[in-house]
Design a protein around this ligand. Structure first.
Ligand SMILES: *Cc1c(COP(=O)(O)O)cnc(C)c1O
Length: 377
């Protein structure tokens, strides 16, 4: 059997070990230290918009702390893109609040600005005003930020960007993760860069960054003894993991270029296959890091399903993955309100994510090419 081709696996740059070594030499084997500070600086420089960054143990933790700072609490409502990974919605539940799910735009795949406005109007009229909106840049594709921001501003509701999949993507030249009141980043093992596990919260002010660090380190008051006036969390990033992150930041631009090259490979490959559409930017305002290249099968042109295609890859030991199952269809969220017309559901039924790691070799691509060209659509 040929070796496994993964959907998206960690890809070290070479500089990581030196920072880990440094941490060991100075015995900063703890959730604080120079690597944590320098990793934050590297991300702040990369984002380049006077933003502040707090390094945390996961992207999920970052979203939890963002919602706390926006005052989300028991029986509040938070609007969330339905077409996403569960981590975009779970922290709403941690706080005893209810997610209100909004469908996707047909060509952009992220939150529909039209259904966002319909949802806000209906919640205000029949219930109460949502406390926040969580938009996702799925698979690296920037959401329609001008339209989304316009709606949020019109109703004065703060925007949180889930940029877990979109580090290095831009909308009209501005980096994803710099549009909202807060943005979360993830450095989990399969993301475009990794710290093995980790995340960050991007904030607009230094005070918000300080507050994030305070909450992530058990909310200790200034006092000679251990004193607490608020509930805290243990969410800070390890200094060892941050060392990996420093090395990874040095190669982030390469990683974006490599993932975009994979995307071009797939676009060329499928250009002669009518039954398959490759998900891509609708116009040059959108610049995706193409974290995962995804396709949909056109059911008018083929009787084969995404699962048939997935099995063809699996037979050759190649990992692919269905698109995210929309949150409003998940058993755990079945009682939550939903606004839309089943765009995300259709995508879920027809789509597939293809191997997209920045470390795909030419041999890997030959094997992938073989599966695609031999498949009877
Ligand atoms: C990975 C991911 C997260 C969560 O990040 P973790 O670091 O794994 O907690 C959140 N949202 C989306 C869309 C993701 O893909």
């Amino acid at each position: 059997m040929d070796s496994k081709i993964w959907l998206s696996s960690p890809h070290m740059g070479g500089g990581e070990m030196k920072y880990i070594q440094e941490a060991f030499e100075h015995n900063w084997v703890a959730p604080l230290g120079k690597n944590v500070d320098e990793f934050e600086v590297a991300i702040e420089r990369f984002l380049d918009e006077d933003k502040f960054v707090a390094a945390l143990s996961s992207g999920t933790a970052a979203l939890h702390l963002a919602l706390i700072q926006l005052g989300v609490g028991y029986e509040d409502e938070v609007i969330c893109q339905s077409f996403t990974f569960s981590a975009s919605a779970n922290p709403i539940k941690y706080l005893g609040a209810t997610p209100v799910f909004v469908d996707s735009d047909k060509t952009n795949w992220n939150m529909s600005p039209e259904f966002l406005e319909i949802a806000i109007q209906d919640r205000i009229k029949n219930h109460k005003k949502p406390k926040a909106v969580i938009v996702v840049h799925l698979y690296g594709m920037p959401a329609k930020m001008d339209d989304i921001l316009q709606v949020c501003n019109k109703y004065d509701i703060p925007l949180v960007e889930d940029s877990a999949e979109s580090l290095g993507s831009t909308y009209k030249g501005q980096k994803c993760g710099t549009f909202g009141e807060f943005a979360l980043l993830s450095f989990n093992g399969n993301k475009i860069i990794t710290t093995s596990g980790g995340g960050a919260l991007v904030t607009n002010t230094n005070d918000q960054k300080d507050k994030t660090i305070f909450l992530s380190t058990q909310a200790r008051d200034q006092a000679p003894h251990y004193q607490h006036s608020e509930v805290g969390y243990n969410y800070r990033l390890s200094n060892i993991c941050a060392g990996i992150g420093r090395g990874q930041m040095e190669v982030l631009d390469d990683r974006v270029a490599q993932r975009r090259a994979n995307h071009d490979f797939y676009k060329d490959l499928f250009s002669g296959i009518d039954a398959v559409d490759v998900f891509t930017e609708i116009n040059p305002d959108f610049y995706s890091n193409h974290w995962l290249t995804s396709i949909t099968l056109n059911k008018n042109l083929t009787a084969k399903t995404n699962h048939d295609f997935m099995n063809a890859f699996a037979e050759k030991n190649i990992e692919t993955r269905p698109l995210w199952k929309p949150m409003h269809l998940q058993p755990v969220f079945k009682d939550c309100p939903y606004y839309g017309e089943n765009v995300a559901e259709e995508l879920f039924n027809q789509g597939l994510c293809l191997p997209s790691g920045s470390n795909l070799t030419n041999d890997d691509k030959k094997r992938i090419y073989g599966v695609i060209t031999n498949f009877q659509f």
